[in-house]
Design a binder for this molecule. Sequence first.
Ligand code: NAP
Length: 301
Amino acid sequence: MTLRVGFIGLGIMGRSMWQHIYRAGFPVTVWNRTRSKVDEAVQLGAKPANSPKELAEKSDIIITIVGDTPDVLEVVEGENGVLKGARPGAIFIDMSTISPDTTRQIAAHAREKGVSMLDAPVSGGDVGARQGTLSIMVGGEAEVLEKALPVLEPMAKSIVHCGPIGAGQTVKACNQILCGLNLLGMVEAFAFAKKAGVDLEKMLEVTTQGAGGSWALSNYGPRIIKGDLAPGFSVRFQQKDLRIVLQEAERMNLPLLGTAVVQQLLRSVQALGGNEDGTHALIRVMEQLGQIEIVPKEKGC
Ligand code: NAP
């Protein structure tokens, strides 16, 4: 029997992701808060639903990729939410980046209705979503993942089962800690090179190949040199993710000094007006601290 898929959230990520599932041969019903995005998806072959509840009634597998933790709670547990319509035996997969703790609570509520849940946050950004090359980190029961795999595979280059429910979000949080600290290392290296008068392109050519290299350095370094602070991944989203990390760390009584510093520095970027810039706009704070100019003033915040 062909699995019927319901897909909620047609933002930067979701608007590409559902299409890979559809092209792999699954019928897909979509719902989005802003109706115009549903209409665009219907033009491309999706069926429309009027609410998450109605979508869930018609689906064997229900996927959400919305914004923050309260947004997932609203579409899943709200008045017209997924759990009001999902039938026993359905699988609910949340691919948003949200709190691991809330994820476990939603899974418990789903279980009471006979619905299995996987948390399956992603990395790979809008490009990975478009190309179907996302990395998916999954938490939940292995048998549930096995049933859902044919629907996840068309969107991904890698799918790793990380452990029980919440483990996918926990690994995603680790990923965001690394992204934040690599970002800080990169902008400090840029400031040091600039102050010392070394050619920035030479610095980048050498360091991307060495032990200090990182994804941030290879991908954002050239953009900083070009003066391009457009997202990629916005400061707004990185701050959401670091807030989730630091809340979980507080719950576990775990000090995360570096992550807290990065969060405060990114808050400075926000204060400078860079909320919607890419995270590499962190260079602006280093410029102020070091009294240097690396990216021309008219670009970004
Ligand atoms: P986005 O472009 O801002 O889209 C957000 C989507 O969620 C939109 O469809 C929006 O509906 C919907 N939404 C938000 N709040 C809602 C609510 N309260 N009720 C109903 N729908 C709501 O975001 P995105 O870039 O696609 O990101 C989605 C998720 O993926 C986030 O958790 C993000 O952290 C994660 N993620 C993003 C990236 C990336 O590079 N963008 C990478 C990895 C993970 P409207 O159309 O009505 O606004």
